[in-house]
Write a protein that binds this ligand. Sequence first.
Ligand SMILES: Cc1ncc(C[n+]2csc(CCOP(=O)(O)OP(=O)(O)O)c2C)c(N)n1
Ligand SMILES: [Mg+2]
Length: 633
Amino acid sequence: MIHSLGKKFACRITRLPFATSSRNRRLGGRVNHKSESRLEMSKKQTATKMMPGAEVILKVMEAEGVEVIFGYPGGAVLPIYDALFKNNSIRHILVRHEQAAVHAAEGYARSTGRVGVVLVTSGPGATNAVTGLTDALMDSVPIICLTGQVPSHLIGTDAFQEADTSGITRPCTKYNYLVKKSVQLQANIEEAFHVARSGRPGPVVLDLPKDIQLLDAPFIETNGKEKAEHRYQPITKPDPAAIKEVVKMMKQAKKPVIYGGGGLINSGPHASEALRKLVSKTGWPTTLTLMGLGAVDADDRHFLGMLGMHGTYQANLAMHNCDLMLNFGARFDDRVTGRLSDFAPFSKKVHADIDPSSINKVVNVDLGIIGDVGEILNSLLEEMDAQSFRRDEKAMSRWWEQIESWRARDCLAFEETGTIIKPQKSIQRLYEITKGTDIYVTTEVGQHQMWAAQYFGFHQPNRWMTSGGLGTMGYGLPAAVGVQIAHPEATVIDISGEASFLMNMQELSTISQYNLPLKIFILNNEWMGMVRQWQELNHGKRYSESYSASLPDFVKLAETFGMLGLRASSADELDNVIAEMLATDGPVIADIRVEKEENCFPMIPSGAAHHEMLLGPEDKASKAVSEEGKVLV
Ligand SMILES: Cc1ncc(C[n+]2csc(CCOP(=O)(O)OP(=O)(O)O)c2C)c(N)n1
Ligand SMILES: [Mg+2]
């Protein structure tokens, strides 16, 4: 059962603008009512302490297990900063831009499975956070963002540094609150954490007027026992009838494919574990989206590689030709499906997802299963035993034979000429040299991101942090800050492009301040390479404004921040630079001068289908981008 409010959340209300205009007021009223009555009840049972709102905020966060906040101060949050000054248990990491605070919190959240917390001031502090919040919404990352607000009596007067934060962030958060009464404060924060981390995770904003931070507010010691009475109860347990039905479909399959997405990572390590069991029990070919990498071991022979626009030949052709597709926690993103009318045209489709609004949103499926993808997988494994599932050995050997013939095309092979460093080679060597160590990788956005996804193998979940949905240049460096804060001993590498790096390079100062030993591995092609590639393929090689001019000397830049700067300009220097970078205790920027005009293949051109992919430059002429394709992003 899901009650009506739960349903609303489950539908990601932020995606229904017509339903959201009065959302806060309406739901805020209900929160007041509940929290006040809870307070009344609790007063009888528990000691209620009165303290300034700012202290209540930190107390509740402590109870929620928050250890780190990424933030940037300003007038409207000074009471919280003052409370932090006196607080010994929560660590504050001072970033250099509020966008970076959110990306850092995302890196922290995605590499730990915990909620990432952000603290920014009103007005420009909050508006600077908007890109990060949108990024977190698109990639379903649990974030709490505390924004300062002008005092209640000045709201609506165009006061200094006033912005309508709840209005601005309504479409880019899973939920948001403007806290209007001190008595609501604790319940609002507790509920915000619950909303951020439950169901399909996402960012939640708490807009906190300065008077609410200063005035005394009640705090009820919860000790983790007495939690807010949460109104949002997403479905986690799958419908047993649906599970029975999937197993029946599985028994019929001759050409099945398992297709997993970011939901597997969000669900927690148990989901990846269950997926691995399913893969070994069925022996079925498995592909993952950009967001799902690491859910199965890249070395597992059942893994076909990533699918989609820059996915492998074998993964995309298996999708195109399959007769049963089992989608676990992926959302049929357009980067994955290609032309929808020709997407896996011969298949029955099953879609398992925590978010009911995802089912039949983009692709109509034969069976939708709502629930936590880890629970769905475990129920499925049990039901397979109950129905004595046996894989169809004959059909499977035929199917694998066909898949292996596609795999034999070796679609990720690349040519090496002379002493130039091929970008693919630089990632391949980075992977090979670090293999066997527990490593966390973030990326920026562009060709280097796709090459990282193609050539770096992930063996565990939560090791790969990239901006998938929004495709945010400038994500990787601050995200790496968050990952390194969460895993101080681990090797953390931001695989970057020179243009993306410039988007949030102010975070070098943060890295330097906390002496974070992260490694920035820049594939420097002196181009916004992905833009250049599209201009080459779709716009008659008119390279309008895509050249990365006036780049800094990255080695000297590193030195000004007290870091080590390294450069590899020819293929014979590559391994030594990687080795020195990894052997260095502190932060390093490695400027890898790669082939400037290399294109990223394989590629499904926009508007094309999986079986129409380009395998290399020689494919271009015969498979030009269609007129409908040109309109797509
Ligand atoms: C904030 C933002 N602005 C613009 C874009 C569009 N865009 C996508 S890739 C790209 C070029 C990235 O260049 P670089 O970081 O050097 O990576 P490369 O493709 O060369 O590896 C641009 C401009 C984007 N994704 N994000
Ligand atoms: Mg570049």
